[in-house]
Design a protein around this ligand. Structure first.
Ligand code: FES
Length: 107
């Protein structure tokens, strides 16, 4: 069972146990993590699930596809090298301990 750590906008961190195959967005919303709004429910069309993936996991999560890439430009928060839409990050055992930051514009 992979654990995902969310760093909230105030700097505090909260860890949640998630299921393999779930998205990082689902792990957040099912555990009441603030700041992941996910208006479109994970259909890659709202960009309100934006997170910044910590550098040590960047190579594991890989790169966004073209649709996600375009949507990231519409996110309200600053785009960074680790920017991803959390609904497009599917959890695997390899991602156990994944840490993502939630942008302050999404609380
Ligand atoms: S939940 Fe809408 S783009 Fe991720």
């Amino acid at each position: 069972m992979p654990k995902v750590v969310f760093q909230l906008a105030d700097g505090t961190e909260t860890g949640v146990d998630a299921r393999i195959g779930d998205s990082v967005m689902t792990a957040a919303t099912q555990n009441g993590v603030a700041g992941i709004i996910a208006e479109c429910g994970g259909n890659c069309s709202c960009a309100t699930c934006h997170v910044w993936v910590r550098e040590d996991f960047a190579h594991v999560v890989g790169e966004p596809d073209d649709l996600e890439e375009a949507l990231l430009d519409l996110a309200v928060s600053e785009r960074r090298p680790g920017s991803r839409l959390s609904c497009q990050l599917t959890l695997t055992e390899e991602l156990d301990g994944l840490t993502v930051e939630i942008p302050p514009e999404q609380p």
